[in-house]
Write a protein that binds this ligand. Structure first.
Ligand SMILES: Cc1cc2nc3c(=O)[nH]c(=O)nc-3n(C[C@H](O)[C@H](O)[C@H](O)COP(=O)(O)OP(=O)(O)OC[C@H]3O[C@@H](n4cnc5c(N)ncnc54)[C@H](O)[C@@H]3O)c2cc1C
Length: 372
């Protein structure tokens, strides 16, 4: 079957659904294609930072209260603790809570917003081929989508990014250099003996990465992630195993959890310099836009979607300036913070991976928000 659209978007994660919503709202014909059926799960800690929440409120005309009422926010916590191996570096209390979502619920909520504003979705079909010159997408079912613009919001394993590599517009080596990988599992709250309403960040397990325990309403999200080039899959699993044991779980319980762990790549400082070619734009994880220390990606996915939409609308009838405009706006609004964070990354991890240094630095960093 052949489809025609103004904009075709690959991937209905936070990046793709946000772009679809904004473009459909101004009356453009948008087709969103996702290889999954929704609701679908996505491996993620589900942490929504304060800036991510503000952006969500602004774009979708929601409030913290409405998101709580609709149960989009699954859990909120004012407490966090930094730990180096088993020793606490700092226990803190923030005025503004950190929010946690379940991606199954969150992504469906964003997708519904896009559908309500007129986006058409093709579910369960994987985009297999993209012609960057004629703007034609071909799906696993052989369907063809012809559009004026293409947005690649297809995550860390983006097919569109691979097409960019194919034409030499992106360097594969530099993508791999800062690629991260993360494992996660869910643990029942009653399995752990410490406070389960607190967000914990654990250092000292990896050179460039960390482990976490994030609170949810009815479970804990436990994970570990870091730079892939420093470790292989087997090492990650061994480290995750010793991390779970250090949380106080017995060996049999850990063995059961280890069977169920899932892993996923995560961009970790591999931002793409020119994530745009002719009428095709990469956003979110597909463009490598994730914080290279914390791994926060939801904010950058939705903010890059907003930037891409602004640029497409501005250049809609004259796409000649799209490449320059998108790069310029990313450099203005997102890249300074991301590049600065990547530059300081080794320093941050050297500090938090060392108990004494970590203790001193967190003392000054968090002196106004300590609760213990
Ligand atoms: C273990 C882990 C924990 C994380 N924790 C956090 C956290 O706590 N907070 C945070 O802010 N970020 C976190 N992140 C990062 C966050 O998950 C990503 O940055 C975010 O999901 C990026 O959104 P996206 O829309 O760009 O891509 P995605 O959410 O990956 O969505 C991509 C979509 O594209 C679809 N797709 C892919 N390829 C194709 C194709 N060829 N054809 C059709 N459809 C396709 C997929 O099915 C998917 O629905 C974490 C990541 C990992 C791996």
């Amino acid at each position: 079957m052949n489809y025609e659209a103004d904009i075709a978007i690959i991937g209905a994660g936070p990046a793709g659904s946000t772009a679809a919503y904004l473009l459909s709202k101004v009356g453009l014909k948008v087709i969103l294609i996702d290889k999954c059926f929704f609701p679908r799960d996505k491996l993620c800690g589900g942490l929504v930072s304060a800036k991510a929440l503000r952006l969500l409120e602004k774009i979708f005309d929601e409030t913290e209260e409405s998101l709580n009422q609709k149960q989009i926010i699954n859990f909120s916590s004012n407490k966090f603790e930094f730990v180096c191996k088993k020793k606490s570096l700092a226990k803190c209390y923030t005025k503004v809570p950190t929010h946690f979502v379940e991606r199954t619920v969150y992504d469906k909520f964003l997708l519904d917003k896009a559908l309500d504003s007129g986006t058409k979705i093709i579910y369960g079909e994987e985009v297999k081929k993209v012609d960057l010159d004629s703007n034609i997408l071909i799906t696993s079912q052989g369907n063809k989508i012809n559009s004026k613009y293409i947005i690649g919001a297809d995550g860390a394993n983006s097919i569109l990014r691979k097409e960019f590599e194919g034409i030499g517009s992106i360097d594969k080596e530099s993508w791999l250099k800062n690629l991260g990988f993360a494992f996660e599992t869910y643990i029942a709250k009653d399995k752990l003996s410490f406070e389960t309403d607190t967000m914990y960040l654990y250092f000292g397990y990896m050179k460039t990465g960390y482990a976490w325990v994030f609170p949810n309403k009815d479970k804990l999200v436990v994970g570990i992630g870091g730079l892939l080039k420093e470790l292989n899959n087997k090492d990650f699993k061994t480290i995750f195993n010793s991390f779970l044991i250090s949380l106080g779980l017995d060996k049999k319980t850990v063995d059961d959890y280890i069977k169920d762990i899932r892993g996923h790549p995560i961009p970790f400082g591999n931002f793409i310099e020119n994530p745009v070619y002719k009428n095709t734009i990469l956003i979110g994880d597909a463009a490598g836009l994730v914080n290279p220390v914390t791994g926060e990606g939801i904010y950058y996915a939705q903010r890059s979607a907003e930037i891409a939409v602004d640029v497409i609308l501005k250049n809609y009838n004259n796409p000649g300036n799209l490449v320059e405009d998108y790069t310029k706006n990313l450099n203005l609004h997102l890249m300074p913070e991301l590049l600065k964070t990547r530059k300081r990354r080794n320093m941050y991890f050297r500090i938090f991976n060392n108990y004494y240094l970590g203790k001193i630095v967190t003392f000054f960093m968090f002196r106004k928000v300590k609760y213990v």
